[in-house]
Design a protein around this ligand. Sequence first.
Ligand code: BTN
Length: 315
Amino acid sequence: MVNEQINIKEKILELLFLAEGETVSGVKLSNALNISRVAVWKHIQSLKQSGFNIESQSKGYVISDHEDLLLPFCFGPEFKEKIFHFQELDSTMDKAKSLAKENAPHLSVVIAENQTSGRGRLNRKWFSSKGGLWFTLILKPDTPPVLSYIYNFAASLSLSRSLNRLFNIDVRVKWPNDLLLNKKKLVGLLSEMETRGDMVEFINIGIGINVNNNPQEYESKAISLKDVLQERVSRRLILETFLGDFKNLIQNPDCSKIIGQWKQMTSTIGSQVRIETLGDIFEGLAIDVDETGALFIKDETGKTKKIIYGDCFHT
Ligand code: BTN
């Protein structure tokens, strides 16, 4: 019974989505679903309460942000079976971990409209209110753990390219894989991996993109696409473009090629940086990133240091 109710709600959303912003009458919905108009009305009220932007009009119902919807049926055939969409989760990282263990396929995407315990690197809290694009990609590549880093570089490369192409902006990658716009944080990436024997079982890459939200409420050095473009943009367009580009990029991952292309997109090389690791702080001029993704910095004495992980700040 509960599943039946969920299916009816999904069907209502799908019919409203397919109408592309046109009004769908209560009669049409009740005929298509074989339920009464009162039942349609009740389902619509419950969908509104869950956060869907459905307008009730004299002639029926309309979904106002159909271009922004992230439900599975909104995606093309390649991805619709791999989209796991939730109105609210603690963190897409936790859900993705359990789905990865429950056999979710390679390139599954776990999306939440809102996260109550979104997390960032180094155990930081990640504020993730409605309007942002918060998702975790589940990857199951046939690869040894030492090569897993390449998937993080591929994700930040692919996303920066997609955003620049879509919106004609100049997003840059900050080592290891934040995305900056106008020197402010637009995107954060967080990756978690589990291994089985000497192979990767799954790599989950969590991606938080400030799209139509207001990140400055929590973090002054953050920015959203809406801030820069002065209009709301479609999160689905971003996700679809990124997934297509990323899938092609990792089909035959060539580390030197991916790092080479990533280096074209980074603003870290050539910048003065401060790197904070769990136990140390390093400062200097970032001079290179090698094929393994390690960053080289030159300190004020002219000594070069190789850094393999850490949080990077452009100073
Ligand atoms: C960082 O910059 O510190 C990484 C931030 C990663 C945030 C994303 S939002 C989707 C996914 N779920 C989470 O809880 N975190 C990641």
